[in-house]
Design a binder for this molecule. Structure first.
Ligand SMILES: Cc1cc2nc3c(=O)[nH]c(=O)nc-3n(C[C@H](O)[C@H](O)[C@H](O)COP(=O)(O)OP(=O)(O)OC[C@H]3O[C@@H](n4cnc5c(N)ncnc54)[C@H](O)[C@@H]3O)c2cc1C
Length: 387
C-alpha cells in the first residue's frame, strides 16, 4: 500500500542516507562492528557530517531541528535497517531519540549551548541510564543516589543494560535526590566520561544487535557539578523521563515496522530464487499465503505507525497511544520476522543472512523501552479507568 507521509524533501534525504550507507556502512564495516561490539567513532562523525545524525538538535545549535517531525528520522531507520544494519540504526537512534531530547526539551540554555552543537556532529555521543541491576520496569526502585554537597552532587550506584554505554561521552543518568519514592525524589544528571569514580563496566554479550554496545556503568563518589543537573531544577527527573517516553516508544515502533518490511522483502527475494522439489519455494501455496500475510501486516503496520508519526508531529501522541504503538508494532514485527526465518529454512538461522540478524535484534524490542507487559498496563489503565 502506498504511504502518504513523505514528500520530495524526504525522498531527497533518503538518497543522502542511501549514499551514506553505500560509503560508510558496507558489509565489511558491519562485520567489524559485530566483531568489535560497537560502531566506530569515525562512522558516527561521518553520520554527523552527512547530516543524518543530530536531526533532533535545533537549527540554532547546528542540527536539523526535527525533534517533533519524526519523518526524517524514520527515513534513517528504514534505510539502515533495510541495509541489514540494525546496530547502526540503534546507535544513531540513541543519540537522536534518547540522549539529545533531554537537553533540547529540558536542558538549561547553558547546557544546550555546551552540548548540543557537538552532539549534532557526533563529537559528543550520549546515552540514557535508567535501569539498574535491581530495578528496570519499577524505576522508582532505583538505588543510585545523588547527595547534595556544596557546588554539586556526589553520585553513588550502578546502572546496567545501557545502550551505547561504552561509547558514550555523556550519560543522562536517573538518580535519587530525595527520600522515599514519590516522583519528586528523582532527578536527571549528566555524567561525563573522565569524572573521577565513573567507571564503564564490561560490554555485555547480547543475543542480537551485536555491533551496538550495551554496558554496565558504576559510580563511586562521583562529583557532578550543579551545572550538570538537567534543567537546573532538582526533583524533576521522573517527570522528565515520562515526557520523553512517547518519543522513545514511537521510535521503537518505527524501527519495528521498518524491520518487518525489510523481513518481508528479504523473504520474497529468497523464496523466489530458492528451489525445492523442482519449483521455486515461492510457488508452494504455504509460502504464497505466508508472503501474503506478511505483506498485509506490513501495510497495516505502516498505516498505524505513519498516523502515530503525524500525531507526534502535532504534539498529540499521548503516552497511552505511544504505549499501544510500541507493544503492537513490536509483536507484529516478531511475527513477520519469525515467518521470514522459517521461509529461509536453515539459512534463516545463519547470521550471514539479514533475516537472521533482524530476528535476533527484534527480540529486545518487546523488552526495552518499557516491556510489552508494562505497555499493556498503561493502556489498560486508560481503557478501564482503573489503576
Ligand atoms: C539490549 C538492551 C538495551 C537496553 N538499553 C537500555 C538503555 O539504554 N537505558 C536504560 O536505562 N535501560 C536499557 N535497557 C533496560 C530495559 O529497558 C529493561 O531491561 C526493561 O525495562 C525491563 O526491566 P528489567 O530487565 O529490570 O525487567 P523486570 O522489570 O524485572 O521485568 C521482569 C518481567 O516482569 C514483568 N513485569 C514487571 N513489572 C510488571 C508489571 N507491572 N505488570 C506486568 N508485568 C510486569 C516484565 O514485563 C518482565 O516480563 C536495555 C535492555 C536491553 C536488554
Amino acid at each position: 500500500m502506498e504511504r502518504e507521509i513523505y514528500d520530495e524533501d524526504h525522498e531527497a534525504f533518503r538518497d543522502v542516507v542511501k549514499e551514506f550507507i553505500k560509503r560508510y556502512a558496507t558489509n565489511e564495516k558491519r562485520e567489524k562492528w559485530d566483531a568489535d561490539g560497537e560502531i566506530d567513532r569515525e562512522t558516527m562523525l561521518a553520520a554527523g557530517e552527512a547530516g543524518i545524525l543530530g536531526l533532533s538538535v535545533p537549527e540554532e545549535f547546528g542540527g536539523a531541528g526535527m525533534l517533533q517531525d519524526y519523518r526524517f528520522r524514520a527515513v534513517v531507520l528504514e534505510e539502515t535497517i533495510k541495509a541489514g544494519n540494525g546496530s547502526l540504526a540503534g546507535a544513531l537512534g540513541i543519540q537522536d531519540d534518547l540522549a539529545i531530547p533531554y537537553l533540547v526539551h529540558m536542558g538549561t540554555q547553558a547546557q544546550k549551548e555546551k552540548w548540543l552543537p557537538r552532539m549534532a556532529t557526533g563529537e559528543v555521543l550520549g546515552a540514557l541510564a535508567m535501569t539498574e541491576p535491581g530495578a528496570g520496569s519499577d524505576l522508582r526502585g532505583i538505588k543510585t543516589t545523588a547527595k547534595k554537597v556544596d557546588g554539586g552532587y556526589i553520585v553513588n550506584g550502578a546502572k546496567t543494560f545501557i545502550s551505547s554505554g561504552k561509547t558514550a561521552d555523556v550519560v543522562v543518568t536517573f538518580v535519587k535526590t530525595g527520600s522515599g519514592n514519590r516522583p519528586d525524589a528523582f532527578s536527571l544528571v549528566l555524567i561525563e566520561n573522565g569524572m573521577a569514580g565513573f567507571e564503564h563496566g564490561k560490554k555485555l554479550s547480547k543475543v542480537g544487535f551485536h555491533g551496538w554496545d550495551t554496558a554496565e556503568l558504576s559510580f563511586t563518589d562521583v562529583f557532578v557539578p550543579d551545572e550538570n543537573l538537567i534543567g537546573g531544577v532538582e526533583g524533576k527527573g521522573f517527570v522528565q523521563l515520562m515526557m520523553n517516553l512517547p518519543l522513545e516508544r514511537l521510535s521503537i515502533g518505527v524501527a519495528a515496522a521498518a524491520a518487518a518490511e525489510a523481513g518481508f522483502l528479504w523473504s520474497l527475494e529468497y523464496t523466489t530464487s530458492r528451489e525445492a522439489f523442482g519449483q521455486a519455494v515461492a510457488d508452494f501455496q504455504n509460502t504464497r499465503f505466508a508472503l501474503a500475510d506478511m505483506a498485509t501486516t506490513v501495510d497495516v503496520l505502516w498505516a498505524y505507525i505513519d498516523r502515530a508519526m503525524m500525531l507526534y508531529k502535532d504534539s498529540r501522541l499521548t503516552p497511552e497511544e505511544a504505549a499501544k504503538v510500541k507493544f503492537w508494532a513490536t509483536e507484529r514485527e516478531w511475527e513477520v520476522l519469525d515467518a521470514g526465518v522459517q521461509l529461509h529454512g536453515g539459512y534463516g538461522y545463519m547470521l550471514e543472512y539479514p533475516i537472521a540478524r533482524a530476528w535476533t535484534d527484534a527480540r529486545v524490542h518487546r523488552i526495552y523501552g518499557g516491556t510489552n507487559e508494562v505497555m499493556r498496563e498503561i493502556v489498560a489503565r486508560e481503557v478501564t479507568g482503573r489503576k
